[in-house]
Ligand binder design. Structure first.
Ligand code: ADP
Length: 173
């Protein structure tokens, strides 16, 4: 089986070692996938996040998963899209890179990513997806952990874009 998987649905339902949260820099919760993860994990997640004192854009921090089926949550802060001249591409790649590095450091074999920055932060979907795929592919070529990375798309439209770009990159049949 390929080490890169694609799934359509709600990331909070996934039974993996870690799900990644597209958080904001306060790490105190927000809308979109962040809100869904905090609701599903329960209030203890926010209490642990409070102790982390925030997170910079492009960086990542890890917590427990509490009531989630996932054992851990890796919180990363994606860039807000402001036209492409504010290092948005590099910052988005850095989110994937640092999340994967944290997973490796903690020996986490399975990790699932949402489409970071492509919701409220308005990063163009195709451009973000190319960055996500390229960064994950390169990391997996160079590391044996994580063993498996799942991209989770909430909408059917996002799923189709990921499917096409993963096929073009030779990662899906
Ligand atoms: P950002 O602020 O980084 O743009 P959002 O949460 O607004 O983050 O959106 C990121 C992506 O997460 C979007 O594609 C959105 O549709 C998706 N999303 C929202 N809720 C969930 C969920 N429960 N599971 C998986 N993906 C989700």
């Amino acid at each position: 089986m390929s080490r890169i998987q694609l799934h359509q649905g709600d990331i909070t339902k996934l039974n993996v070692d870690a799900i990644v949260n597209a958080a904001n820099s306060s790490l105190l919760g927000g809308g979109g996938v962040d809100g869904a993860i905090h609701r599903a994990a329960g209030p203890q997640l926010a209490l642990e996040c409070l102790k982390l004192a925030g997170c910079k854009t492009g960086q990542a921090k890890i917590t427990a998963g509490y009531k989630l089926p996932a054992r851990h949550v890796i919180h990363t802060v994606g860039p807000y899209w402001s036209g492409g001249n504010r290092h948005e591409d590099e910052l988005l790649a850095s989110c994937y890179q640092h999340s994967l590095e944290l997973a490796e450091k903690h020996g986490l074999k399975t990790i699932a990513f949402p489409a970071i920055s492509t919701g409220i932060y308005r990063f163009p979907l195709e451009r973000a997806t190319q960055i996500a795929i390229a960064t994950v592919k390169t990391f997996l070529e160079e590391h044996s952990i994580p063993e498996q990375v799942t991209f989770v798309c909430f909408s059917a439209h996002d799923f189709q874009v990921y499917q096409r770009l993963l096929q073009e990159a030779g990662n899906l049949p």
